[in-house]
Design a protein around this ligand. Structure first.
Ligand code: SF4
Ligand code: SF4
Length: 398
């Protein structure tokens, strides 16, 4: 790969006058999406099966990417003769969480962990086939455990369980909503690859060092919920004790979530810098396995909030919209977004008392400034070390 990559960019400015003129329509953000796609989707041939990676947004999240943008991508792929399919993977874990908010109001969160509930939230958020024009396929299966193991020489990991269904496709377009992320500082194309395209095993390996059963486990007194929940039969009870066959375990965490005994399991969370490096190792497995020449990236830097679409409380935007970025390089496209975010003025923020905080100034990397426990540079350092892209780019305005 050359050490400078092309990133195409369209600003988000929209005019409100001259409704019917071409000059006005060229400022429309969906038209701009199409103009970016014309630049980056030069690799799609008639008949290609094209996977379109999306994130449909967690339940109660209201800042996930609007389906209108995704619809534009689907339409464009069809116009090139490609056959598009939306693809998604299941979230980490197996069990949704029920929270009692008041006497008569129980909410259910963490619903993207298995296909049935994930599909419902996709429909609710406008990602159904009748609206978007393409079917949605879970490429890691109903439970998120179907994978193909790809060997890599990563910073921490030597192989990656890439979602198996990805390999049914010829090309992939990765659509990302650029925004903050609690552990990795920001979420963009690299996170869509490193978390969004892997099976639960490697989502677990990004977040956790290990897990094991502790002495608090009481198999003679409980309902053996862990054995019932395990999707691969990796847990057995012998001589009054349970044991886990780690060779067949797919690291789905169902046993931990379904066990009703407190502290029967011990799991060790990784520090955020290691999480980020392992996420990039995962991304390296996806790019290596699928082929970098077969993947294109489009980042929508719109509704840029502090937290990820995978949680229920994204918060309000922290900077103005920055526009649309497209590239064949996942590192360059994310770096261009972070640079634009850094150069943008912040938006004023309201405190819970209803007063206003001063906005962060242009020149400050906002995610790192607001969430001091993570740094945007971690992703880039790891990605360059693994050789999956460039931090140097030429920004070409559309
Ligand atoms: S891990 Fe939990 S569910 Fe499984 S045997 Fe031990 S106490 Fe029972
Ligand atoms: S033993 Fe492994 S595969 Fe089985 S439920 Fe636990 S984490 Fe999942």
């Amino acid at each position: 790969m050359n050490n400078t990559s092309k990133v195409y960019w369209a600003s988000p400015i929209e005019l409100m006058s001259l409704i019917n003129s071409k000059n006005n329509m060229i400022t429309n953000i969906l038209i701009k999406t199409r103009l970016i796609l014309e630049k980056i989707l030069d690799n799609i041939k008639p008949g290609d099966k094209v996977a379109v990676k999306v994130h449909v947004g967690e339940a109660y999240n209201t800042r996930y990417l609007r389906h209108d943008y995704v619809h534009e991508v689907i339409d464009f792929i069809k116009s090139k003769g490609g056959v598009p399919t939306l693809i998604e993977t299941q979230g980490l874990g197996m069990k949704e969480q029920h929270i009692k908010m008041s006497e008569n109001h129980v909410i259910c969160v963490g619903v993207r962990k298995t296909a049935v509930e994930h599909e419902k939230i996709a429909e609710l958020h406008g990602y159904g086939e009748s609206i978007i024009g393409a079917p949605l396929k879970f490429i890691d299966g109903e439970k998120g455990i179907e994978s193909k193991i790809i060997p890599i020489n990563g910073i921490h990991l030597k192989d990656v369980a890439v979602a198996a269904g990805l390999f049914d496709f010829d090309k992939m377009v990765v659509i990302s909503h650029f925004k903050g992320h609690g552990s990795a500082a920001f979420g963009g194309a690299l996170k869509q690859l490193g978390i969004g395209c892997v099976a639960k095993r490697n989502k677990f390996r990004a977040h956790f060092k290990s897990f094991k059963v502790t002495k608090k486990c009481t198999p003679t007194e409980c309902g053996l919920e862990c054995i019932e929940a395990c999707p691969v039969g990796a847990i057995t009870k012998n001589n009054g004790e349970i044991s886990i066959d780690y060779d067949s375990c797919v690291e789905c965490t169902a046993c931990i979530e379904y066990c009703k005994v407190k502290k029967a399991f011990k799991s060790v969370y990784l520090p955020f810098n290691i999480f980020t490096e392992r996420m990039i190792d995962n991304a390296t497995g996806v790019v290596t396995g699928f082929g970098p020449e077969n993947i294109r990236y489009i980042n929508f830097a719109i509704d840029i909030v502090l937290n990820c679409d995978c949680i229920t409380t994204p918060g309000p935007p922290i900077i103005p919209d920055l526009g649309i970025f497209g590239s064949a390089d996942p590192v360059a496209v994310d770096k261009a977004c972070v640079d634009a975010e850094t150069n943008a003025p912040g938006l004023p923020r309201m405190t819970k008392e209803g007063t206003w905080k001063d906005p962060l100034p242009a020149g400050v990397e906002k995610f790192g400034a607001m969430m001091s426990m993570s740094k945007a540079t971690w992703q880039f350092d790891a990605a360059v070390k693994n050789g999956i892209g460039n931090i140097n780019y030429d920004l070409i305005q559309i």
